[in-house]
Design a protein around this ligand. Sequence first.
Ligand code: COA
Length: 177
Amino acid sequence: MNAKILALQSATPAAADELSAWFPDAKSALYWGGPEIRVPLQRDQLVSLIEEAGTLSFAALRDERLVGFCQLRGFDPEGRTIRAARIAVAPAERGRGTGGAMVALLCREAFARFDVDRVELFVVADNLPAIRCYSRIGFVNLGLQERHLPGPDGEYPLYKMALSRDALNLAIADGVC
Ligand SMILES: CC(C)(COP(=O)(O)OP(=O)(O)OC[C@H]1O[C@@H](n2cnc3c(N)ncnc32)[C@H](O)[C@@H]1OP(=O)(O)O)[C@@H](O)C(=O)NCCC(=O)NCCS
């Protein structure tokens, strides 16, 4: 899978209808959306999330079809970081490199638009597809966080991961994304 055949553009509320079908249960919705998500997902919540102030929402398109969604939020000018968040690939498209290509494009946007040294993210510790996807493009695991994600069947431990500009450039130069 190649980043060149994916395009990121600003997401509109129209993405909410498709997004709501991508998460079959409360746990998968929380793994995707984090602690602010209310389950079951409703269209109005997804529209608010797409239009949230201080957040850039992106739709990933292939052949003009929505295949992914992701956000940049929490710009910290002092810490020179920003967070990649709400990363998802349409279920039928997973496991073929789309996530890695999309997150690489998202991080390129972050480094182009914001004066940051690192893009950071939080991921539930047993979300192996996500961790593998992020690691492949150069994210480093910074370890378990004190804060857990509360869920319907307990608390989920979270890893923080970070990607530097140099690591992303290396992954691009190596043809990984
Ligand atoms: C996380 C997600 C965006 C990844 O998208 P994707 O298109 O599948 O990503 P990629 O194909 O680029 O990479 C997936 C990696 O996970 C691996 N993988 C897939 N299923 C796996 C599984 N069950 N266990 C372990 N690894 C798995 C793939 O082999 C690949 O790793 P590799 O490149 O080392 O071979 C997608 O799985 C998703 O939308 N998940 C639901 C929402 C979510 O959990 N988002 C993360 C929020 S932090």
